[in-house]
Design a protein around this ligand. Structure first.
Ligand code: IPE
Ligand code: IPE
Ligand code: MG
Length: 252
């Protein structure tokens, strides 16, 4: 096990063993609007700056040992925002997908999506499909973008799928197990997130990976998403690696 420095109570650097890196990190990218307001800018400028932090987060992953990065980009509740902000966000997704495809391929990033794409503009949906296809050979990092994603809808859809199988006689009711439900979720091929980071001081999940985060560690950062850097990510991973996870077992 790698040895890392942790700051003791008197400020002294004590050597303590570090746990393994988080395989899967989820990030609730919050605070773009507050960042913009604090700088006297339009909310959309905050979202634009947020896209730069996305690049930072992706670049940091290989060195930090992170294999899967899930980014919460747009929730099923975000449709409640003013139409102008929603269409501005959709335009940003277009620009991001178009501009980033080449470097994602170069950096070996495989991109997939979570959520219901059908409510998104048709051209955004086609760009998502094209990006999934163009990056499918990427092996350095799996980037999962949660776009029009809501965990409750995901769980309800999985339950409905299992119920249909039971109704058809393809599945026995007693086989509706945790494993069966997990395999019916959109995240069936992903490990559960080990760490969920939320920026901007809010301490809630806002309908993000409710099932999968059952045993995730949570780190809430005060900084807004546009302020998030590779260094912020490295610090959060170090804090995660200093934590003891017990999964219900007794201490020690
Ligand atoms: C996160 O920033 C981006 C999205 C939810 C799309 P916000 O837009 O929520 O920023 P605040 O919370 O209003 O500051
Ligand atoms: C959560 O942020 C959704 C995303 C980051 C995409 P919100 O800003 O929408 O969450 P609430 O409304 O503060 O809970
Ligand atoms: Mg917010």
């Amino acid at each position: 096990m790698e040895i890392g420095a942790a700051t003791g109570r008197n400020g002294a650097e004590a050597l303590s063993p570090l746990h393994p890196a988080p395989r899967h990190v989820g990030i609730i990218m919050d605070g773009n609007g507050r960042w913009a307001r604090a700088h006297g800018l339009d909310r959309l400028e905050g979202h634009r700056r947020g896209a730069e932090s996305v690049r930072e987060a992706i670049r940091a992953c290989p060195d930090l040992g992170v294999e899967v990065l899930t980014l919460y980009a747009f929730s099923t509740e975000n449709w409640r925002r003013p139409a102008e902000e929603v269409s501005g966000l959709m335009e940003l997704f277009r620009v991001y997908f178009a501009e980033e495809a080449e470097s994602l391929i170069r950096e070996g990033v495989r991109v997939t999506f979570l959520g219901d794409p059908t409510r998104l503009p048709a051209d955004v949906q086609s760009m998502m499909c094209a990006l999934e296809k163009a990056t499918q050979e990427g092996r350095q990092l799996r980037l999962v973008v949660a776009l029009n994603y809501g965990a409750r809808a995901e769980i309800a859809n999985a339950a409905r799928r299992l119920a249909e199988q039971v109704a058809e006689g393809a599945l026995a009711a007693e086989d509706v197990t945790e494993e069966a439900l997990a395999s019916a979720l959109e995240t069936a091929d992903l490990p559960d997130p080990d760490l969920v980071i939320r920026t901007s001081g809010e301490q809630r999940l806002s309908n993000f990976l409710l099932w999968q985060a059952a045993y995730a560690e949570f780190i809430f950062l005060q900084e807004t998403w546009p302020e998030f850097t590779q260094e912020s990510f490295a610090k959060a991973v170090r804090a995660f690696r200093a934590r003891d996870r017990r999964f219900g077992a007794s201490f020690g």
